[in-house]
Write a protein that binds this ligand. Structure first.
Ligand SMILES: NC(=O)c1ccc[n+]([C@@H]2O[C@H](COP(=O)([O-])OP(=O)(O)OC[C@H]3O[C@@H](n4cnc5c(N)ncnc54)[C@H](OP(=O)(O)O)[C@@H]3O)[C@@H](O)[C@H]2O)c1
Length: 293
């Protein structure tokens, strides 16, 4: 389908693809895999090929164009398989819709599916003030958890405003050393050792790494599997099934009910994508950055 892009949003993964972090270089060792970045998109279908079944020109759509769909949302038009997209909820603007597909889906599936989140549990989100974290905090509250959000000083008021029961400033306190135990930890900025994370878990707690350093990733994959086998704590990676239709529908419902809403820090025009990427790289973004056409 040919889609006219009305809005796109930035994810840390765009920056990691641009910079060519280790995982990206393994997948594409000789040259960048994608010419145009941008995975989260909201727009309108302009034209469809003859095998397209679910959409017709004029339909409003949203979705995540990350692998295997080829990215390309930072453009006026993108050509994409219909499987990457779903009908955009009428209650959302294009800008709002563009913030959800990757960040909110990863947060939802990680907390609910692998994290098996339960009402009353103590849940900690590390990196809570960024794109994914702001959705994770609100989703954990929706599931009835007692939520602690960890991020840098200037994001703490915003975290309280979106429902965090407790906040921790990571520039002043290491949550793995406070003596507090959590039933579920979702960490989008994991840079410590798996033993530190194990210490911060309750006896049957679950730690999930979503983002962070390669050193921590390797520990989580190898040592985490061992720790999970010999004890009741579980340390591993999150789950992610992009564009799952039921999950997008749930997020649309939660948006309509005002339970999970996007935190938009700034909007940029398409010509300002480099500036937006620089702002993201400098840190301190609260929630999401949106590109409007
Ligand atoms: N595994 C998967 O399936 C999957 C899928 C998609 C994305 N991801 C990954 O998810 C990660 C997060 O994405 P995102 O878009 O939410 O990033 P983001 O918007 O940049 O948010 C990251 C947040 O973490 C904070 N932070 C940085 N260092 C920290 C530390 N040491 N302790 C606590 N918080 C810290 C940042 O705050 P300050 O800047 O103020 O320090 C920022 O608020 C990326 O690495 C991405 O690759 C994983």
């Amino acid at each position: 389908m040919l889609v006219k892009v009305h809005a796109a949003s930035l994810n840390a993964a765009d920056l990691e693809t641009l910079r060519g972090v280790f995982i990206v270089r393994v997948a594409a060792p000789f040259r960048p895999m994608y010419k145009i970045l941008g995975s989260d998109v909201a727009g309108r279908v302009e034209a469809v090929g003859r095998n397209v079944k679910q959409f017709q020109p004029g339909d409003e759509v949203w979705g995540d164009l990350s692998f295997p769909h080829g990215l390309g949302a930072f453009a006026e038009y993108v050509c994409v398989s219909e499987n990457a997209l779903a009908p955009k909820p009428a209650s959302m603007t294009f800008e709002e819709a563009a913030t959800y597909p990757q960040a909110a889906i990863v947060a939802l599936q990680s907390l609910r599916d692998k994290g098996q989140i339960q009402p009353g549990q103590k849940v900690l989100i590390n990196g809570a003030g960024g794109g994914m974290g702001t959705f994770a905090v609100q989703l954990a509250k929706y599931f009835g958890a007692e939520v602690t959000g960890v991020d840098s000083t200037r994001k703490l008021d915003m975290l309280r405003s979106i429902g965090a029961d407790r906040v921790i400033d990571y520039t002043r306190e290491d949550y793995t050393k406070s003596g507090q135990r959590y039933d579920l930890i979702l960490d989008v900025a994991a840079y410590r050792s798996v033993f530190d994370y194990g210490r911060a878990l309750s006896p049957e707690g679950i730690f999930m790494m979503v983002g962070g350093s390669l050193a921590t990733l390797l520990q989580v994959v190898f040592l985490g599997a061992l720790i999970s086998r010999i004890g009741n704590k579980r340390i591993g990676l999150n789950t992610w099934e992009p564009n799952k239709k039921e999950d997008l529908a749930l997020l649309a419902e939660l948006f309509k009910a005002g339970k999970v809403v996007p935190v938009i820090d700034k909007r940029y025009r398409l010509s300002e994508v480099p500036e937006a990427l620089r702002y993201l790289e400098a840190g301190h973004v609260q929630g999401k950055l949106v590109i409007t056409m």
